[in-house]
Design a protein around this ligand. Structure first.
Ligand SMILES: [Zn+2]
Length: 379
């Protein structure tokens, strides 16, 4: 076992990072991890942080106390920044810069792992820039963004780039079988449906309810026979995204709230001491803001699921011969392909991309999805 075990289909990245962890004179002081959503940028950054703090040779053993603490998120010299809302402001950035400049408590390095660094506002990014330009000698910054362009060019140019690829479906399926003990057949269905998104594949494999929700999404095209059916289908799609969001937040919210209530001195009977309402309210606000962001992500994934249906239809229409994502819908996809022209399918895929843009511009999801299902409708 090693710290790299949770990376799926990223051999070149593992080679790059394990060499950097062994480098004499220490690693570069700023790194940028990029890759498509679900490819494992944060997993890679965390593994690298563990390798840098590891006390064994070769570094990144995965079983020493340091490796363990980093992977568990409890290492004193690894600060994980995970913006909960849609943006990370200048005040947060200044506080972070201050913490990052403190000396590590151990003999290793002070590491800042910034997930979703693309959520930093321009002001925040400028505040970070100064710290990244002239970091204290033992501080290492690990930033994660979907693509290098998501970061100010001035920051990007000071970072070593680590580029993750979309992991192959077969590698994700193997991972689900070996790591999570998922039956082979379920693993393959989940890996294909997740289209390269590892944590989504894990969720689909572990939760039959999530597979049902996805089935409802890819069943939408055949229902789109008229205006009222289209409006109803839009609701199905929005609800599918909400179900996915709820699956991610419910348990998390509960754990956080009960941990905070305990920390603030909750009585046996569940009473809270005076003066703690503010802290609880603040947590609630943060959870709401996170729910907003997760719903946005889930809506986007719902659209990608829907797009996978039309991409399959197009594959069949063009006789491209590549493997279908929704194999189980084979007969339906073939009949949809035979009934339409590639131009129509392309127009529908464009409508899905338009909907993504509208959501990114904060259009009400129900309205955006109604416009979409009306554009997708046939007959
Ligand atoms: Zn170790």
């Amino acid at each position: 076992m090693s710290v790299w075990d949770d990376l799926v289909g990223q051999e070149p990245v593992i080679a790059q990072l394990s060499a950097a962890a062994e480098r004499e004179g220490g690693p570069a002081h700023a790194w940028l991890f990029t890759g498509p959503p679900g490819s494992g940028r944060v997993t890679a950054a965390r593994a690298f942080a563990a390798a840098l703090q590891c006390t064994e040779t070769p570094r990144g053993c995965g079983h020493c106390a340091s490796c363990h603490q980093v992977l568990q998120g409890t290492h004193a010299d690894v600060e994980v920044v995970r913006p909960q809302g849609l943006s990370f402001g200048i005040r947060d950035a200044r506080a972070l810069v201050l913490r990052a400049s403190s000396s590590p408590s151990g003999s290793g390095r002070q590491i800042v792992l910034f997930e979703d660094a693309d959520r930093a506002t321009e002001g925040a990014a400028n505040a970070l820039l100064k710290a990244i330009e002239e970091p204290p000698p033992r501080t290492v910054w690990l930033l994660c963004t979907p693509s290098p362009e998501d970061l100010l060019v001035t920051i990007r140019s000071r970072c070593r780039l680590v580029t993750l690829q979309t992991p192959p479906i077969a590698a994700i399926a193997d991972f689900l079988v070996q790591r999570d003990g998922v039956p082979r057949e379920t693993a393959e269905v989940a890996a294909r449906a997740a289209q390269g998104h590892i944590s989504r594949a894990r969720r689909l494999a572990a939760e039959p309810r999530m597979r049902q929700v996805r089935d409802q999404v890819v069943a939408v095209p055949r229902r789109l026979t008229g205006v009222s059916a289209a409006v109803a289908a839009a609701e199905t799609l929005v609800n599918a995204a909400k179900a996915e969001r709820d699956a991610q937040t419910a348990e998390l919210n509960e754990t956080e709230t009960s941990a905070l209530r305990k920390a603030l001195g909750e009585s046996e009977k569940g009473r809270m001491p005076r003066g703690t309402a503010g802290a609880l309210k603040e947590l609630e606000d943060r959870q709401k803001s996170r729910a907003t962001r997760l719903l946005r992500d889930a809506l986007d994934r719902t659209l990608l699921d829907l797009a996978s249906y039309y991409r399959d239809v197009l594959t069949l229409q063009l006789g491209a011969g590549s493997e279908l994502v929704n194999i189980e819908l084979g007969p339906e996809l073939r009949s949809a392909a035979a009934d339409g022209r590639p131009e129509d399918t392309l127009r529908r895929l464009d409508a899905i991309m338009d909907c993504r843009e509208r959501l990114a511009a904060n259009v009400n999801p129900q309205l955006a999805f109604e416009a979409l299902t009306l554009a997708l409708r046939h007959g």
